[in-house]
Design a protein around this ligand. Structure first.
Ligand code: AP5
Length: 213
């Protein structure tokens, strides 16, 4: 199964992607996670990407497309994969079409998760992530057992630098301008399914499973 998770920042793409990956045994490929790892390691790609990520702007298409071309050829993608945060522009979607065709692959579904703006701001400003393993929490909706400590690995929980109110507003503007045109792009393929992302995490996951079968 090849799946795209589409939706504004903070709608729960990462959260649902992780659950889908476990249930269906296919990897979740998050461009945001890959870029953050590069930033942490201080690689050339990471240094370049950080300039854009800190303000909530998009990393240039050619950088992202090159990165994804290599990733989907890896062994763990043989039985399919979940794209979380890619594509994010029409140019990236067109590049993905070419990539899939070149590799004899076919896109199955695009899940568009929809959440109102006020809730998005609350979710993102309340999000905490593990500095060691990357696990995602929310101070109210999905809190860790011990304040500031990751349940999974004991690592310290931190706030992402792009989860401040100011940067979140910019990320939402960028989403509207650059990524929303993808809704029409994928509606034309008849592969787009809209999911109401309001409700608790397991409730949303039940809706996702009903769509994926
Ligand atoms: P990226 O990391 O992809 O960020 P994003 O798309 O903005 O998405 P988020 O990770 O913020 O949100 P999410 O939808 O995964 O929500 P989550 O599940 O965590 O990208 C970061 C940056 O990298 C970009 O700004 C850009 O610079 C660059 N980049 C990445 N991809 C790129 C690309 N293709 N092209 C160019 N640049 C790119 O949930 C959010 C919070 O809500 C969590 O705290 C969670 O616990 C909570 N939550 C989740 N579900 C629920 C629920 N149902 N109810 C209540 N709370 C919930």
């Amino acid at each position: 199964m090849i799946l795209i998770l589409l939706g504004a920042p903070g709608v729960g793409k990462g959260t649902q992607g992780e659950l889908i990956a476990k249930e269906y045994g296919i990897p979740q490929i998050s461009t945001g996670d890959i870029l953050r790892k590069e930033v942490k390691e201080g690689s050339a790609l990471g240094k370049e990407a950080k300039k854009y990520m800190d303000s909530g702007a998009l990393v240039p298409d050619d950088v992202i497309v090159g990165m994804m071309e290599n990733r989907i050829k890896e062994d763990d993608c043989k039985n399919g994969f979940i794209l979380d945060g890619f594509p994010r522009t029409v140019a990236q979607a067109e590049a993905l079409d070419v990539m899939l065709e070149k590799n004899g692959l076919k896109l199955d579904k695009v899940l568009l998760i929809d959440v109102p703006k006020d809730e998005i701001i609350d979710r993102l400003t309340g999000r905490r992530v593990c500095s060691k393993c990357g696990a995602v929490y929310h101070i109210k909706n999905n809190p860790p057992k011990r304040d500031g400590v990751c349940d999974k690995c004991g690592g310290e929980l931190i706030q992402r630098s792009d989860d401040t109110k100011e940067v979140v507003e910019n990320r939402l503007n960028v989403y509207e301008k650059s990524t929303m045109p993808l809704i029409e792009y994928y509606e034309k393929t008849k592969k787009l399914v809209k999911i109401d992302g309001l409700g608790d995490i397991n409730e949303i996951f039940s809706k996702v499973k009903a769509v994926l079968g």
